[in-house]
Unconditional design. Structure first.
Length: 195
């Protein structure tokens, strides 16, 4: 059974989708939900699900990302995860942290990578006149949103879409894609899943 730690910064809807999927014959289980924001509502949701939680507030560390990551790492090492899932974790990780979990850290991003890495993906897709958008699950590497792609799901861009309406439609697909990719990844499958 693979041990999974999920890192969040906000509401944790992808964390909930991942946790809900890990039952029965699923090859993985959640061992920790961690956040860089003690006020993240996702921590409350994880607690309600009976999942172990921890918050390491990044703010007292200022610009010292390595010191924040050391504090976070201490909790992760105690949880002994085999896989780390970034699920709306809004901190850019240092290469040293990423290297510590090379090949074992996944992220979900709300665009069809390599298009639109970083922030404001939906606004950028609309501004470009794209006819489709979507989400991507990829392995995390030291380069932001650039690791090997493990899965993608697409949605149409509809006439009259705003960033908010497009984001909501993409989020629905995220909740389908991420659990499906994690299940395959935990079972040792590395092909690209297209939903």
């Amino acid at each position: 059974m693979k041990r999974v730690a999920i890192l969040i910064s906000g509401g944790g809807s992808n964390m909930v989708a991942l946790a809900a999927s890990m039952k029965g014959d699923h090859p993985a289980r959640v061992v920790l939900v961690a956040s860089n924001d003690p006020g993240a509502t996702g921590l409350e949701r994880a607690h309600t699900l009976g999942l172990p939680t921890v918050a390491v507030d990044h703010r007292p560390y200022g610009q010292n990302r390595a010191a924040f990551e050391d504090a976070l790492m201490a909790h992760l090492l105690m949880a002994k995860p085999d896989i780390i899932c970034l699920a709306g974790f809004m901190r850019v990780l240092t290469p040293a942290f990423v290297e510590a979990f090379r090949g074992r850290m996944l992220n979900i991003h709300p665009s069809l990578l390599p298009k639109y890495p970083g922030l404001h993906t939906h606004e950028r897709a609309l501004a470009a006149g794209d006819t489709e958008a979507g989400c991507t699950v990829h392995e995390v590497t030291p380069v932001l949103d650039d690791g090997p792609i493990l899965g993608q799901a697409r949605v149409p861009v509809l006439p009259g879409d705003t960033a908010a309406t497009l984001a909501a439609r993409v989020l629905t697909r995220e909740h389908q894609l991420y659990p499906a990719v994690l299940r395959r990844f935990a079972a040792g499958e590395r092909g690209i899943l297209m939903l």
